[in-house]
Design a protein around this ligand. Structure first.
Ligand SMILES: [Ca+2]
Length: 382
């Protein structure tokens, strides 16, 4: 995806049934339905992780090392916004996602997720969510609405992706297994390896599946997840979908339903890093556990996911767009009901951390570099 002026010849290779891989060596990627231009909107970021869209093309972007910035439409990076909590920056931990409140236009309220230490400087952390009012480059009235239980000494698998339902009533947050004691993902007495559903003020919806289950945490919506890294609401159904990292192999797309078990670490298509079976795994399926809608084996290290909605890529309406870190790609999945029927891979030359459809219908990507990371924009070629 070098942005040279050489015209593109896309290389199309079938790598698996129903999959086409498109590799662009210029500024245009030829895909099945449309030629796609890749533009650099902004650069100079450090491990950007989350993005949401303000008015007039301005964007709010998090950087994992604990900064939140406004990026102007012309790519100018604003000064870091003050008023963040202590963010424990360690391995995969740091400042994670950002989302405008559903009533942002009136309230100026934003939501962030981050790795929250037990006490100042502690490595014992969990994923927390808060809201605050954004005004004059600073956060005010900072209010924590969720903190994962338990806090764990470790720097991996925080989850942290957030999405509001379109009516603003519910907030979903994906939480990871924290990288050890994986069987905690199978238990309901911790938030480890779960998808939670709360009201925007942090209160628990009365119709959450475990509100009347003794010993279960009431925020839990579904469980048996490994590390959710992308989440969105399917426009045609209003249902939540999520992508999660497998270990070595077995990255998944799931359409989580309340009280259902998505199997980690008991069922997986993955194996240990370096090879060998996951010790707790029994295979690809097991009684009472849900199969993924789709899986990537080998892993692309899936990160970021949005359903396409908008007027710029009409042929992609309702498709899933998912990023790949190790896979350095955007995967486009055509969805029919609750099945994926075709995959097309757009190869990028960057690790892709997040994929978001902007209010303008263009597709925004965050690249994952430790220096000079970028916001890229996909648009139909002229
Ligand atoms: Ca699973």
């Amino acid at each position: 995806m070098k942005l040279s002026m050489i015209s593109t010849t896309a290389i199309i290779a079938a790598t698996a049934l129903g999959t086409a891989t498109l590799s662009a060596h210029a500024d245009t990627i030829k895909t099945r339905w449309v030629d796609v231009e890749v533009e650099t909107v902004a650069s100079g970021l450090v491990r950007p992780w989350g993005i949401d869209f303000l008015d007039n093309g301005r964007m709010l972007v998090t950087e994992l090392p604990g900064r939140l910035r406004i990026v102007e439409a012309d790519g100018t990076l604003g000064e870091p916004i003050s008023g963040l909590p202590e963010v424990r920056v360690r391995n995969q931990g740091g400042l994670l996602d950002v989302a405008l409140a559903p009533d942002f236009a009136e309230s100026q309220r934003i939501y962030i997720s981050w790795s929250e230490p037990e006490e100042e400087g502690s490595n014992v952390t969990s994923t927390a969510v808060a809201h605050a009012r954004l005004e004059n480059g600073a956060l005010h009235d900072f209010t924590r609405v969720f903190s994962g239980y338990p806090k764990v000494d470790g720097g991996r698998h925080y989850g942290g992706r957030m999405v509001f339902t379109p009516n603003g009533e519910h907030l979903f947050v994906g939480l990871g297994d924290r990288g050890h004691q994986m069987m905690q993902s199978q238990e309901l007495d911790s938030h480890t390896g779960t998808l939670i559903r709360i009201h925007p003020d942090g209160s628990v919806p009365a119709d959450n599946p475990y509100v009347n289950t003794e010993g279960a945490l009431p925020e839990i919506y579904s469980y048996g997840h490994r590390n959710i890294q992308g989440i969105d609401i399917q426009p045609s159904t209003g249902k939540v979908w999520a992508v999660e990292h497998g270990p070595q192999g077995g990255d998944e797309v799931n359409a989580p339903e309340p009280a259902k078990n998505y199997g980690w670490p008991v069922i997986t298509h993955g194996e240990q890093y370096g090879g060998g079976e996951i010790p707790q795994a029994v295979g690809f399926q097991n009684e009472g556990m849900e199969l993924p809608v789709w899986h990537w084996t080998p892993s692309i290290a899936v990160s970021g996911m949005n359903f396409y909605r908008g007027d710029k890529f009409p042929a992609w309406e309702g498709n899933i767009l998912a990023g790949g870190l190790r896979g350095q790609q955007v995967a486009r999945l055509e969805v029919d009901g609750d099945r994926v029927i075709h995959q097309e891979v757009m190869e990028m030359e960057y690790r892709i951390r997040e994929v978001r459809v902007g209010p303008d219908g263009y597709i925004y990507l965050l690249t994952d570099e430790r220096e000079n990371a970028k916001i890229l924009r996909l648009r139909p070629a002229e």
